[in-house]
Design a protein around this ligand. Structure first.
Ligand SMILES: *[C@@H]1O[C@H](CO)[C@@H](O)[C@H](O)[C@H]1NC(C)=O
Ligand SMILES: *[C@@H]1O[C@H](CO)[C@@H](O)[C@H](O)[C@H]1NC(C)=O
Ligand SMILES: *[C@@H]1O[C@H](CO)[C@@H](O)[C@H](O)[C@H]1NC(C)=O
Ligand SMILES: *[C@@H]1O[C@H](CO)[C@@H](O)[C@H](O)[C@H]1NC(C)=O
Ligand SMILES: *[C@@H]1O[C@H](CO)[C@@H](O)[C@H](O)[C@H]1NC(C)=O
Ligand SMILES: *[C@@H]1O[C@H](CO)[C@@H](O)[C@H](O)[C@H]1NC(C)=O
Ligand SMILES: *[C@@H]1O[C@H](CO)[C@@H](O)[C@H](O)[C@H]1NC(C)=O
Ligand SMILES: *[C@@H]1O[C@H](CO)[C@@H](O)[C@H](O)[C@H]1NC(C)=O
Ligand SMILES: *[C@@H]1O[C@H](CO)[C@@H](O)[C@H](O)[C@H]1NC(C)=O
Ligand SMILES: *[C@@H]1O[C@H](CO)[C@@H](O)[C@H](O)[C@H]1NC(C)=O
Ligand SMILES: *[C@@H]1O[C@H](CO)[C@@H](O)[C@H](O)[C@H]1NC(C)=O
Ligand SMILES: *[C@@H]1O[C@H](CO)[C@@H](O)[C@H](O)[C@H]1NC(C)=O
Length: 459
């Protein structure tokens, strides 16, 4: 061996030695990121995480690795009762560069969201819901370009939603519900990829931008219980073909129901209650054949209930109370064969109760109180054998209580009070129903004869 070769060998060996020593030193000085995370938690929380060296990290509870067990891909320590400042624990996790998913939901982490969490290089899913986090959503969130899911619901976050948040190119789920977020809705950019957007229960204000329809893949748009206001432009929902759930309840929206609503043929749940929508319920609501629930109560809607509602074969709940709807009740309502709750109280609905309503074999709740209904209680009502709760009080219904009510074997609550009913109360009402009947109110009518035995309340 030549001297030069020998020197070369020694140098190479030395370099290798130095490198491996450095690696070991780095190993010793810097504990595993998961151990750093653990040790940054309060003592009481450390005991809840069964992470120790009896097993390799990939086998620790809540830790998931790639299929060849070389890299940690997911940490899920939800619902363990962990606490402490998130900013002292969570950043350690980002030293695991392969980490794709961080789930810390349903704990008691507090303090602000550490901006460094959004610098985790591979992060696609961050779930911090149901903790005690406060402060704003850090603007660094805009750097987390791999994010597909961001869940920060049920905390005490304040400030406004970063305006560009929906520009994150892969974001599909954004859930910020039940915080104290203020300011306007975020921008809906042309590339908007979000599918589920839940901003319920914040203090967001301002209008619904007409750009919402950029979010072509929206399936859930939930903005109930905020302070959003203004007239919704008629084309606001154009092209949202995937939309299934639209929740805009308890805001200050006004004007007519936007026409583009009527193109949402995939819609299953429509919740627009407690706003100031005016105008009529459009006949074309019958196009929304997937609807299972309609909540429009507490608005200023006028006009009649459209006949086309009768074509909604999947409809289970129709809640139109506290508007200024007028009658008559369309007999087509009897075609809504899936209906379980029909709630039309506090309106100005006149005319008779259509006998066809008795076709609603699944109906459990029928609230028609505080309207201007006239005529008889149709005897066919005895066919509605699922009925549990029948409230017809404060109308102008007349004649007798039909004897057929005794067939309503499941009835537990019934008020016919403050009508113009007369005659005798059917004798079998007490005998056959009193076991199930919890509350019966017949006050404010013009009955005569004996009060049937077995009736304990009302009269
Ligand atoms: C320490 O370094 C060695 C050699 O590079 C590596 O195999 C091992 O996984 C490291 N341990 C930790 C806890 O990072
Ligand atoms: C160490 O981890 C194992 C497996 O998770 C667990 O069963 C054990 O209780 C842990 N031990 C301590 C002292 O935490
Ligand atoms: C383990 O799997 C990851 C991705 O799943 C891959 O990047 C890595 O090369 C694999 N490592 C080995 C040693 O096979
Ligand atoms: C959550 O943490 C706060 C302190 O940050 C503490 O006051 C509170 O009792 C904790 N709640 C629970 C349920 O552990
Ligand atoms: C959230 O907002 C409500 C209503 O404005 C307020 O009462 C409450 O104190 C706020 N909570 C926090 C943690 O900021
Ligand atoms: C909408 O979803 C489809 C199918 O998953 C996808 O190909 C498309 O890129 C998405 N559009 C946007 C704007 O994200
Ligand atoms: C509906 O509300 C809008 C906005 O408040 C108002 O301009 C319009 O006159 C109202 N229309 C009716 C029919 O009340
Ligand atoms: C809604 O109707 C109520 C009761 O008729 C009325 O006081 C209120 O001014 C109306 N609001 C709008 C915005 O039209
Ligand atoms: C709907 O109801 C109306 C009136 O009750 C009836 O004439 C009609 O045949 C029904 N349509 C269907 C499709 O059942
Ligand atoms: C409905 O009620 C009427 C009158 O009570 C009765 O004649 C009829 O047979 C009932 N129809 C069904 C389908 O139960
Ligand atoms: C009936 O309606 C009147 C006026 O709308 C209201 O004052 C009264 O409280 C109602 N009665 C009942 C029993 O709800
Ligand atoms: C009421 O109950 C009695 C005794 O169980 C029974 O003979 C009668 O047929 C019942 N009436 C009705 C209308 O179901």
């Amino acid at each position: 061996m030549l001297l030069s070769q020998l020197l070369n060998f020694i140098t190479t060996t030395f370099i290798i030695l130095v490198f491996s020593t450095t690696a070991t030193a780095a190993n010793l000085s810097l504990p595993h990121p998961l151990i750093s995370f653990l040790e940054s938690l309060p003592q009481s929380s450390q005991r809840l995480l069964l992470w120790n060296n009896t097993l390799p990290p990939c086998q620790w509870p809540g830790v998931s690795c790639s299929s060849n067990s070389t890299s940690i891909t997911s940490i899920d320590v939800s619902s363990l009762g962990l606490s402490g400042q998130l900013s002292s624990s969570a950043p350690h996790l980002c030293r695991i560069t392969t980490l794709r998913e961080i789930i810390l939901s349903y704990n008691n982490f507090s303090g602000p969201i550490p901006p460094s969490l959004f610098h985790c290089p591979s992060l696609t899913s961050l779930r911090l819901g149901f903790n005690s986090l406060s402060g704003p959503i850090p603007p660094d969130v805009l750097l987390a370009t791999h994010l597909t899911e961001l869940v920060l619901s049920n905390n005490f976050l304040s400030g406004s939603i970063p305006k560009q948040l929906l520009r994150l190119p892969h974001l599909q789920l954004l859930n910020l519900h039940s915080n104290n977020l203020t300011g306007p809705l975020p921008d809906f950019p042309p590339s908007c990829s979000v599918s589920k957007l839940n901003l319920n229960k914040n203090i967001l204000s301002g209008p619904l931008p007409p750009t919402l329809s950029n979010c072509v893949n929206l399936t859930e748009f939930l903005v109930s219980s905020n302070k959003l206001s203004g007239i919704i432009t008629s084309d606001a929902f154009v092209g949202l073909r995937s939309l299934q759930c639209l929740f805009m309840e308890n805001n200050d929206f006004t004007g007519e129901l936007p026409r583009s609503l009527l193109g949402l043929t995939g819609l299953t749940v429509l919740v627009l209650s407690k706003n100031q929508f005016n105008g009529t319920i459009p006949e074309a609501i019958g196009h929304l054949q997937s609807l299972t629930e309609i909540f429009l109560w507490g608005n200023n809607l006028t006009g009649p209930i459209p006949r086309s509602v009768g074509t909604l074969a999947l409809l289970k709940t129709l809640e139109l109370s506290s508007n200024q709807l007028v009658g008559p009740l369309p007999s087509e309502l009897g075609n809504c064969s899936s209906l379980v709750e029909l709630l039309l109280q506090f309106n100005l609905i006149g005319g008779p109760i259509p006998p066809e309503i008795s076709n609603l074999k699944k109906l459990e709740k029928l609230y028609l109180f505080d309207n201007e209904l006239e005529g008889i209680i149709p005897p066919q009502i005895g066919n509605m054998t699922s009925l549990i709760d029948l409230q017809l009080y404060n109308n102008s219904l007349s004649f007798r209580i039909p004897a057929e009510v005794v067939y309503l074997r499941n009835l537990r609550y019934m008020s016919l009070a403050f009508n113009k009913l007369s005659g005798e109360v059917p004798g079998e009402l007490g005998r056959n129903l009193s076991y199930g009947l919890v509350k019966l109110d017949l006050t404010g009518n013009d009955f005569h004869g004996l009060i049937p035995p077995y009736l304990c309340e009302g009269g």
